[in-house]
Design a protein around this ligand. Structure first.
Ligand SMILES: Cc1ncc(COP(=O)(O)O)c(C=O)c1O
Length: 424
């Protein structure tokens, strides 16, 4: 079943006959494996083996940062065009050096929904003998079914690997992505074998060892039911939803589409800073869940929309909820963080924050932990928290997010009968 899915994706993405692929647990694992395979392919004794780096547009998915962190690969981050939000191939080419093990492009980028200039980026990588990975985790099951899409797949020479998630626009349940490599040799670095222990000979294709067959079987069944025509119809309908929302947003004062969308993802910004966070809360009140994205480099704070075929029939309802929310927000007070708090945040050194200080900061931002030490209650309205995060420098944002994650993931106290699995 796994190889059926790989063959399906290979043909869809114009992979040559030599193309091979592996099912992973999701986009992040595919990206991790692409980076690992590239890192471990550097010849022993080379500069790239000693100090590996990868060239990323600043819009590359955060999973590449995770790969960099896990595998000791230095990210060389290149700004994108401040108008189109596409990667700048010239700047990326100049960033490639002897330490580069991988160059990355997105099709499309998650944050802004635009396709990077893959041919120029892949050509720059190929000229230097470096691999080029196209992250099509979110676009790989949409773009092949749309007309007039800029080149992004294996049809582009120099593209060595592509990740495509079936648990996104493949409409399969969570837990499956495919990582395709142009040749078996390119894939070898993410395979792992060891016979160096007294147990069974361990042989793994990905980071997982024992794997569930469930996600592969589910994706296979979904692909079989939908087929090319089914996927094409779903893709066209999601794309239409994206175009209709783009057009509709033009008529809503105070909200803009940040970049012309190439696929089915949209980023919206607000004229008044901070309004996007309030808008997200107002939309949640109306049953619409959109994702706030903090400002980064040239990108303002945005609302992210991932549109699927399920959104298509509801576009008019969404647009009227958005217009209503925008009206409520613009007639209300502007979201601000007091200069005192902003000053405190600016002065904090995330490295020296103790657990007690983090608890205090979380409580001050409206995130409270019950006194029994279990769980954490997030407020219904997240706008003030997003505004605070926006004020904090990136390392402090990360420290706060990790503190929330840690406190969210704690079991209930032993005395809490209600939440005990076996009702002690
Ligand atoms: C472009 C892109 N790459 C990678 C990922 C990571 O995928 P996952 O959440 O399945 O790990 C995403 C997730 O949205 C994505 O949009």
């Amino acid at each position: 079943m796994e190889q059926d899915l790989v063959a399906f994706a290979r043909d869809l993405l114009h992979g040559p006959e030599t193309t091979v692929g592996t099912a992973t647990s999701g986009g992040t694992e595919s990206i991790l494996m692409a980076v690992l395979a590239a890192r471990d392919a550097s010849p022993r004794g080379s500069v790239a083996a000693a100090r590996p780096s990868m060239v990323l547009p600043s819009t590359a998915h955060a999973a590449f940062r995770k790969a960099a962190h896990y595998f000791g690969v230095r990210p060389v981050v290149v700004d994108v065009d401040p108008v189109t939000y596409r990667a700048k191939p010239g700047a990326m080419a100049r960033a490639i050096d002897d330490t580069t093990i991988l160059v990355v492009a997105s099709a499309p980028s998650y944050a802004h929904g635009v396709i990077d200039p893959v041919p120029a980026i892949a050509a720059a990588a190929a000229t230097r003998g470096v691999r080029c990975h196209v992250d099509a985790c979110i676009g790989g099951m949409i773009l092949p079914f749309l007309d007039g899409v800029r080149p992004w797949d294996f049809a582009v020479e120099g593209v060595t690997s592509v990740s495509v998630d079936l648990h996104k626009y493949g409409y399969a349940p969570k837990g499956i992505s495919l990582l395709l490599h142009r040749t078996p040799a390119l894939r070898r670095g993410h395979y792992f074998a060891t016979a160096d222990w007294p147990g069974y000979t361990m042989l793994n294709t990905t980071a997982q060892s024992t794997k569930s067959g469930g996600p592969v079987a589910a994706a296979w069944a979904v692909a079989r039911v939908l087929g090319h025509e089914g996927y094409a119809a779903l893709a066209r309908s999601a794309r239409q939803a994206c175009l209709d929302i783009t057009r509709g947003v033009g008529g809503i004062p105070g909200i803009d589409v940040v970049a012309t969308p190439d696929s089915t993802l949209l980023a919206l910004s607000s004229t008044r800073s901070g309004d996007v966070y309030l808008l997200a809360d107002e939309l949640a009140d109306r049953g619409w869940f959109v994702q706030p994205q903090l400002p980064y480099a040239a990108s303002p704070a945005t609302l992210h929309l991932s549109l699927s075929a399920a959104t298509a029939p509801l576009v008019p309802e969404f647009l009227s909820a958005l217009a209503e929310a925008a009206d409520t927000v613009s007639s209300g007070p502007q979201l601000t963080v007091g200069p005192g708090i902003a000053g405190v945040l600016a002065a904090l050194d995330p490295a020296s924050l103790t657990d007690a200080m983090l608890d205090g900061l979380l409580a001050a931002s409206g995130v409270s932990a019950p006194t029994d030490g279990s769980g954490l209650a997030l407020p219904r309205r997240m706008a003030p928290i997003n505004a605070l995060l926006e004020c904090a420098r990136i390392p402090l944002r990360e420290a706060l997010l990790l503190a929330v994650l840690d406190r969210l993931n704690r079991p209930a106290a032993a005395s809490d009968q209600e939440s005990c699995l076996f009702g002690r």
